[in-house]
Design a protein around this ligand. Sequence first.
Ligand code: NAD
Length: 454
Amino acid sequence: MDILNPANGALIATLPDTTAEQAQQKYVTARAAQHIWAQKPIGERLVAIDKFYALLEEHQTKLAEVLTSEVGKPLGQAKGEITGARKRIKFFLDQSERYLSDEVVYEEEGLKEVISFEPLGVIGNISAWNYPYLVGVNVIIPALIAGNAVLYKPSEHATLTGLKIRDLLYEAGVPQEVFQVVVGGKEAGEALLNLPLDGYYFTGSYRTGQYIYERVAPKMVPCQLELGGKDPLYVANDIKDIANVAANVADGAFYNNGQSCCAVERVYVHESIYEQFVEEFVKEAKGFKMGQPTEEGVYIGPLTRQDQIKVLEGQVADAVQKGANLLLGGKKIDNGGYYFEPTVLSHVNHTMKVMTEESFGPIIGIQKVRNDEEAISLMQDTEYGLTAAVYSDSQERGESILKQLNTGTAYWNCCDRVSANLPWSGRKHSGIGATLSHIGIRAFTKPKAYHLRG
Ligand code: NAD
């Protein structure tokens, strides 16, 4: 497998794919080692994860450089991702023991009822490339703490980072058999699907997620999917500081080049402030520094996948042909890397792909709406259900709109954020199951009900 630098197309590394036979061998050793790992007191597993937490900080700069070299993320954002991942690990370090301990739920003379949380066994994690530390940590860390063994397949676009995570986990004291990496693309993922694993945790597109869900179904084991989105954001007419809100929304749309599952993908603005909002938004987007991801202060680097350029070009052409105004950007940059200009389209509607299909790039459509009802109806007009945001000076108005939307996450006066304290979950085509929070700690366990008489 060739690993290319998205900033210039240069070959950085060539790695052998894991074969189906090797994946099977990894499974056999993981299966044998998992029981020993699970039998250790949780405190011992936490010591290893705590060391990993420290190592991420110690090696942050080098790790960020590797991440930037293979996914093209600006260096500052790569460092920020590792800092964010450490915050999530801290949450798991602090909270896991509480939520994995036996729970006495009923007690009377001679009878005790207890729930215990047992590890699933050997689980598979098939992951995405856009935030390999964050989406990796969501699964790997709570799974290991709960006593599982993990077969981890990083995305083919973030494999060097996946191998770094492996090396640091080993250095931290996680046994080599308990955490193993499967290298490669689709075929390596298939090799995991062919194994009799005890749970599958997937982050990626709806298309692949749906396929995996079908493949795992006959195994009758947990299968969690964190998939894509077409996340809407509504700006109501009672906001006071239009420029500030426009700057916030632009960051939500363009951070990580729009390649975030919870990136703002479509914006609806009340007609009374539409023109002013659009003007401020374009002003903000024009100010984003684009360039080499290793250069200080660069906000927009290359896209990770070259193929996505065609998708973005297609969305722009489709929107313009149907009457949208192209206010900024709209084309790729021919500099040897996978660059696409930050792109803003106004006067868009739901006949256009840019408002209905996941863009996963630096492109946004801003649609005018007459009132809250129209905004709600348009926000609901999607197959996805990851996040939705409302900007309004009234919390009551914001919350009342958010209650009517079928999404796993709701933002009032903020967007594009994830917290370890809260469950991260999608609805409809955005996925099934949850990571993070206490729900995401227990997601890697199976409950056993004890009825204890005596
Ligand atoms: P993808 O579906 O192309 O690939 C995801 C993973 O699946 C990769 O590791 C890939 O090698 C593997 N894979 C592909 N085909 C497979 C098959 N047939 N069998 C087994 N494995 C297979 O997605 P991607 O491009 O890596 O990620 C982008 C998508 O992920 C976007 O849609 C984004 O919204 C979504 N995402 C969601 C979240 C979330 O938390 N909801 C987080 C990050 C990314």
